[in-house]
Write a protein that binds this ligand. Structure first.
Ligand code: 4G4
Length: 250
């Protein structure tokens, strides 16, 4: 496991991760050894004839929970594979809302275990004793933690040096500076009677940089003004936002 970054996935549906780790940006990162992903299935840690992985909740009510022993045995196996300072993350609607700052924090750990809950979740005592951080990818309910785990891994992988190569880079991601992205254009120059903004054809790279930054600022102000609460705009950004707002009046 010489990879730059390792993820140990505890999941009842490990096959969900095969396509994700074989294609695109993450697929290339795995192929190039920058990223490695191992899965640990609680069902492989069962010993009964039916390979039971769910259990009934104390206090009754609908639904089941993940059975404790197979789950904690799978977590132990993942911890053993991950070695010392491995962080254990649980994806759940009760977690801290994930944003790019949280992704940067998670990218700072080289070895991370992601526990993917199924059924109605897991025993609270397993969270208390095994989980370091609980994260949510948004305020909605999914059938399992696998998709949130893939979301987290994708966002983290993009921050690993060498994963994005030269075509795009994470620091250029507009969310890197907390802003929404500017509009993008490619061929043809006229599409359904709509032209590409002339500045983008000008070859004046400084003007293009400023136009793109103004657009990011303007769109953030129009669509997600609350994002400015956590931002300290530079002189230039303040000026460009005002220019955007002024041009909107005209
Ligand atoms: C079955 N549920 C509701 C559940 C309950 C507890 C833990 C995990 C799960 C699995 N589902 C998830 C997981 C994460 C998110 C999220 N927003 O990050 C949404 N759903």
């Amino acid at each position: 496991m010489t990879a730059e970054k390792w993820f140990g996935i505890v999941s009842l549906f490990p096959d969900m991760f095969a396509p994700f780790t074989q294609q695109g940006v993450v697929g290339r990162a795995v192929k190039s050894g920058l990223l490695s992903v191992d899965t640990f299935n609680p069902r492989d840690f069962t010993h009964d004839r039916h390979r039971t992985v769910d259990d009934r909740p104390y206090g009754g009510g609908p639904g089941m929970l993940m059975m404790v022993k197979p789950l904690t045995d799978a977590i132990s196996a993942a911890k053993q594979a991950g070695g010392e300072n491995t962080r254990v993350i649980y994806l759940s609607p009760q977690g801290k809302p994930l944003d790019q700052a949280g992704v940067k924090h998670l990218a700072s750990h080289d070895r991370t275990i992601l526990i993917c809950g199924r059924y109605e979740g897991i025993d609270e005592r397993v969270i208390e004793s095994q989980v370091d951080e609980e994260w949510s990818i948004g305020d909605y309910v999914l059938s399992g933690g696998e998709l949130p785990a893939m979301v987290l891994m994708d966002a983290v992988a993009r921050l690993v040096p060498g994963v994005l190569g030269h075509s795009a880079s994470a620091e250029e991601d507009s969310f890197a500076d907390g802003l929404l992205d500017c509009p993008h254009y490619t061929r043809p120059e006229i599409l359904d009677g709509r032209a590409v903004p002339p500045v983008l054809l000008s070859g004046d790279h400084e003007k293009i940089r400023q136009w793109r930054l103004m657009q990011s600022l303007g769109r953030t102000w129009q669509r997600r003004p609350e994002l400015f609460n956590h931002l300290a705009l530079t002189e230039e950004q303040q000026r460009l936002l005002e220019q955007f707002q002024t041009e909107l009046q005209q």
